[in-house]
Design a protein around this ligand. Sequence first.
Ligand code: TXA
Ligand code: MG
Length: 355
Amino acid sequence: MKKTLVLEVDSQEPEIEKIWIAADFIKKGGLVAFPTETVYGLGADALNTRAIVALFEAKKRPLDNPPIVHVGNPKDVYRLVKEVPPKAERLMETFWPGPLTLIFQRSEIVPDVTVAGLDTIAIRMPRHNVALALIRESGCPIAAPSANLAGKPSPTLAKHVLDDLNGRIDAILDAGPTHIGVESTVLDMTVDPPQVLRPGGTPYEVLKKVLGKVELNPIAIAEKALPIEKARSPGVKHKHYAPNADVIVVEGEVSAITRKVKVLTEFYMQKGYIVGVLATDETVEHYKAGVVKSLGSRSDFTVIAKNLFRLLREFDLEGVDVIIAEGIPAEGLGLAVMNRLRKASGYNIVKASGH
Ligand code: TXA
Ligand code: MG
């Protein structure tokens, strides 16, 4: 056990003395959790093999699932990769800093552990002043997976990071809740047309407007577990985003969903389970039984994305055994939300229809 230092910082204008303390840990090969615009990341010097090994250990993350490398400036990409395709350059200009991770062929200076032995590397420039200050003051690219124990929902509050990693990391920069709430979109630029490996904060529809042609990897839109060989992104074969409670996702038209959620809630309550209902503002009044929480309005997926991981964690703290979650349309940010919910459920999806 280490003592984890909590450094509260202003999210817009972080106090430089606190950033220096955090950067010092990174320079010495330590581990620092920090906010990005998507979720909190657990950072280590991307070019320091020992620091990266410690990073995997702290998260209990399988060594075959590489983290995303965060840069403070698009220029920093060039020494980490073999080449930057013109399409990637356009995306970097349009979307960085922001929730878009690009996959490139990696260069020789990147240690094997950082990329889990792959010949490719995932890179993004985050849109958060604390993250950018930490990268700048550390003077190195920072590898940072989401700052949760492997398999758990990603942290959107510093408290979530401490619940999972207190005593396992050197420090955390606490700048309050993260803005987007789901992770970055992972886009493979080593193939043409580029392919979305993980839907996230930059919607597919938005990428399509800029690029014309973009593909969705089958795993990104999967409604059931796919064979591993279809999974181009190494992380996708591991268990993900799962609270301790079992999750069941109910998909379909809103009125059919509401009826089905009620039936399932009653069924599990009769079996003696503590049931959590993950509802939306439009439906929440219909549910009179169980621990009911609303993700937000179906007319604003940005709010739903922001609340998702926090509510999954809250159900766990309240001792819920099974979570019945409403599905939303898999469009815009809704695709990222549904990808996380379906995975959290282990693809335990119920289709609701009829009366
Ligand atoms: O928003 C985010 O992306 C957050 C914040 C902290 O930046 N980070 C994050 O990292 O979600 P992580 O490690 O939890 O997820 C990284 C994803 C995994 O699905 C991993 O498999 C994939 O990126 N990935 C990493 N390197 C890759 C590579 N060379 N090829 C394909 N996928 C890769
Ligand atoms: Mg993660």
